[in-house]
Ligand binder design. Sequence first.
Ligand code: HEC
Length: 252
Amino acid sequence: MDTMKTPSISIILSFGLALLLSSPRAGLAQTSQQEVEQTAELLGTLLNAGRVVVEQNQLLINDPGRGDKGFTPNVFEQSVLTEFAHQTHIDLKAPPASLPPQTKDLLSLLLTASKEVVADAQFVINQRGIGYKNFIPATFGSQAARKFSKRSKVTIKQTALNARGLRNMPDPYEEAVLKRVASQPTLTSPIVEWIDGGRVLRTMLPIYYSEDCLACHGNPKGILDISGYPREGAQAGDLAGAISIQIPVDHR
Ligand code: HEC
């Protein structure tokens, strides 16, 4: 049990007048600050939409009796756009003029990366005679996040304390936030913080285990799951990890 009670996090914005007075580009930084936060939120929602679509098609993807699944990059994209529009009321095919161009560009970059992950997996997905193919929301999400991050100064990552994927291991900032969040009641909104004197936005959207996850992440602890990793012994409601997004203010 963690006895160090941390103050409630909610939304911490250490920005403001100090920066406004100290930064030569203060006006610009000030207006773009909200934009950057909105960008992070939309990127997180878009990656999540992809995870949701993979989850919705999991039975199809895992069907050993069927070769061609018809789960093509275009079919995937359509569903992602629908899910994203459902959650944000933004149609990425006809984005509103109010959406800043840079935000739009980053969203298309993530959509492209997400589609590529589905394209790269076509051979695996369409194999007949194999059930579990290790194409699940978590593997999709890590791969899409990694592809996107390589092409952008913005970094998106799925992370967890004791992450399964080595490349998902938390950095010191992520580790501190995950530890803080793990000892608190369920959070439904992301943690949003400006660090490095306001030069870098970091957001962490916590993910919690539901019953569906426990076949792999639940009990018996230590026994290998279908994906070949030892089960964590988690229970429904426990913190699973987070989607972590990092945006340097000058991210052009
Ligand atoms: C079929 C087994 C399986 C199921 C079901 C499953 N996961 Fe995972 N999970 C994995 C695997 C495998 C990885 C490692 C993915 C990678 O290579 O990045 C993973 C990774 C993760 C990660 C990233 C951090 C890490 O450990 O690398 C999170 C967070 C996560 N899962 C949460 C969930 C949640 C929440 C659910 C239920 C909604 C869920 N998982 C359902 C197998 C599963």
